[in-house]
Write a protein that binds this ligand. Structure first.
Ligand SMILES: Nc1ncnc2c1ncn2[C@@H]1O[C@H](COP(=O)(O)OP(=O)(O)OP(=O)(O)O)[C@@H](O)[C@H]1O
Ligand SMILES: [Mg+2]
Length: 189
């Protein structure tokens, strides 16, 4: 079998449209956390908040996915962002805002950073995503997997530019009764 060849070309995630933006803004339940990229435990704080929030909202079967997703998105904000000139303050830490919003039918996780450059999804892979799970690790690239992992866990993933600069990466979980378990499927701590 030939090793996977990944194209260097990439496409940006879809941008939030105004209808989705309105529905996100009207969310019924909301929690938020501000982190700083220079803090060594930023991703852990986000994971802990995801666990508490999803449990409190009865989304037990999504706790592990939510923790993985927020960990990756905060990790990306730590690793890849350079604040826009208008937001950059010399010597100041880079700000990351994490928000959780819940509606009866959807839950959103949003991670906002100060860099308006978009997250990129690799494209042009030789193998279909359905096959990737069966391939040996050695033929897959060492980086550029995070957003692909997030996409596989959520129902939608996109980003929206901030009005004053920066951006927000948003993912949506669609809530059906089959997804709302009683907590027996959560992984261990
Ligand atoms: N918050 C962000 N701000 C700016 N660019 C981003 C952000 N998140 C991701 N990117 C860009 O999108 C690319 C793909 O992100 P992805 O998380 O899939 O891979 P990675 O972070 O490079 O590697 P991995 O997650 O596998 O360790 C990144 O390499 C980076 O160029
Ligand atoms: Mg990543």
């Amino acid at each position: 079998m030939e090793p996977a060849r990944l194209s260097r070309s990439a496409r940006a995630l879809p941008v939030l449209d105004s209808d989705e933006a309105r529905s996100v803004a009207l969310a019924q339940r909301f929690r938020a956390l501000t982190l700083f990229a220079e803090s060594p435990d930023a991703a852990k704080a986000a994971r802990d908040m995801a666990r508490t929030t999803f449990r409190d909202w009865g989304l037990h079967s999504l706790v592990d996915d939510a923790r993985s997703v927020v960990s990756e998105l905060v990790g990306n904000a730590v690793q890849h962002t350079v604040p826009d000139e208008c937001l950059a303050k010399p010597g100041a830490p880079r700000r990351i805002d994490v928000a959780f919003r819940c509606w009866p039918k959807w839950t959103f996780i949003e991670v906002t950073d100060e860099d308006s450059s978009p997250p990129l999804l690799p494209m042009g892979e030789v193998f279909s995503p359905a096959l990737v799970g069966d391939l040996p690790e050695a033929v897959l690239p060492d980086s550029g997997r995070g957003l692909r992992m997030v996409q596989s866990l959520v129902d939608a993933l996109w980003w929206a530019p901030g009005e004053q600069g920066g951006k927000t990466v948003v993912c949506r979980f669609d809530l059906g009764s089959e997804r709302l378990g009683d907590g027996t499927h959560e992984r261990g701590e």
